[in-house]
Structure formats: C-alpha cells, structure tokens
Design a protein around this ligand. Sequence first.
Ligand SMILES: Cc1cc2nc3c(=O)[nH]c(=O)nc-3n(C[C@H](O)[C@H](O)[C@H](O)COP(=O)(O)O)c2cc1C
Length: 301
Amino acid sequence: MIRELDKMSVSERQDILQHVIAPRPIALVSTIDKNNNPNLAPFSFFNLFSTDPPIVIFSPCRRVRDGSTKHSYENICEVPEAVIHIVDQDILHQANLASADFDRGVDEFTKAGFTPEKATRVRPPIVRESPAKLECRIIEIKPLGTRGGAGNLIIAEILVVHISEKILNASGKIDQQKIRHVARLGGDWYCQISQENLFTLPKPAFPHAIGFDGLPEAIRKSPVLTGSELAKLAGVPEIPKAEALAESESYLFQLMDKRSLSFAQEVHRHASSLIAEEKIAEAWQILLLIHPNNRNEQKYF
Ligand SMILES: Cc1cc2nc3c(=O)[nH]c(=O)nc-3n(C[C@H](O)[C@H](O)[C@H](O)COP(=O)(O)O)c2cc1C
C-alpha cells in the first residue's frame, strides 16, 4: 500500500503516522498560567534532541476537532517554563487521566491524584510520583500551522534533573532495568519496558565496520543468512584471519563425510546458529573455511 498524505483527512493521517512512528516516550508536562494555575498533560510527540545544550522538544498540537490550541501551549506562551516527567508503568493510568479534556484552569494534579512539589529553578510544580523529572526553561516556541492537527514545537532547555532513588543501582547510576518506561504507539496501543524485552546491542566496530559491501560475495549472497546475521558479520573492523580451529575443522570433516549436496548451505546454517549465540568470531571462522578471504588461506576447496 502506498498513500499520499495530502489526499487524506487529518485523522486518517494521524492514525497512520502514529502507528508507524512508534514507540514514542511520554512526557507528562507541568505548566502554569500567568495567574499561577497549574496544568498537567501527557505528550508523546516528545524526545531528546541535544545534550549540549540539553534540549528536549514536545508538541501540544491544535485539537483536530476545531483547530483550538491546548492549555499547555497557552500556558507556555504566558509563562515559558515547564517540568517534564518521565512516565513509567506506575503512573501511566494517572497520566492518561490527566489527558482528559478538562476546562482551562482545572488542576489536573487534583484530578489525576498526583502530589505537587516545589521545583528548584522553575515555577510549575513537580509531580512527586514520577521516577525522573526535568525542570526546563522554554527557549523557543515554533507553531507549525493553524489548522487542526498542527503541531507547536516547544523547544525546552533542561536546567535540573531529579532522579528517584528507586531507579538507581548500587553505584548510584541509573539502572535501565529499573525504569519501567511505557511508550505510546498507534491508537490506544502502548508498550512497556520489562526485563523480558530489554536487550543490549554492541556498537559496530570503531572507527568503521567492514559493512555489507566488505563481505565476501558468497557470504553476502547467502540463501541462508538473514540481513541481521550478515549485519553482525559485517560489524567487524576487518575480515578476520582464518584460524585452524579444531572445532570448526572437525565439523567440516563430518559434513564432507556425508557428501552433503547442500554443503555450503549447511555451513551457512551452522554459522547462523553460532551468530544466534553471539559467537561472531566462530561464525567467521566456519565461513572462512569455505569462503576464504585470501586464496592462500583456502584449505578444503
Ligand atoms: C499518552 C498520551 C500522549 C499524548 N500525546 C499528545 C501529543 O504529543 N500532542 C498532543 O497535542 N496531544 C497529546 N495527547 C493528548 C493531550 O494529552 C490532551 O489533548 C490533553 O487534554 C491536553 O491537555 P491541555 O489542554 O491541558 O494541554 C496525548 C495523550 C496521551 C494519553
């Protein structure tokens, strides 16, 4: 399916874009109006864009139904300060409640059952229950249009970060496994970070990896190895030197004994299972036995 955005209604466009551009972290944003009335609302058009200076951007869009602006945006135009709270599984339902379309001036701290606390460098109150709070001064407001659905980019500089003890490890650093982030996807879908779905991914070799085009052609065109498996092989700084690993050789001899017709495919399958165990160096050695990088290294074919 190919769709042109200018031929869609705003809600159809929003539906498609929010499903595909996901997951998005959720900022629970505290602001005040010029009379000091607090306001709280969640925004998932939100992310980190710079660390020096430390900049986040979020976007309270014009309401799709009538093009009117949201209270958070109006407050920031009056008092250019905010506290952004990271939403975790413990406060998601209360943050969702704060998104209800209450009248301007209604205090969502009270409506959603949050505890307000005084911030150190800005005037809007802090939500005590959030695991991480960012006190921000707004450095730029960039309206993107005047129709319903138009975003208003709020460019905010972070002045102070408050981090709850409950997400720190024994050395006082933030423990990724302890922040139970939630994120927004399309429609009413959300996802949550838990021990089961967290994983680490090492960076490619520094200063550069060999890349797909650096893989020997017979490996790159493998009918067995997937894009992910090839990417792991292509993440090395150079094609390794073939080593006579006893294990690799005995495996190869077993296959030769069988006179397997799909010999190369079997070798690729074996490499695939090694890659699945993150044994990238061993996978390279198996592959190099039949696809030597340097002809002089070729031992069996
Ligand atoms: C998880 C979540 C994320 C949301 N993200 C956005 C967003 O990025 N931009 C937006 O305009 N509205 C977003 N909304 C809807 C606003 O929170 C909602 O319109 C709210 O009433 C705005 O409050 P305000 O008028 O007090 O600023 C989101 C709602 C939820 C529940």
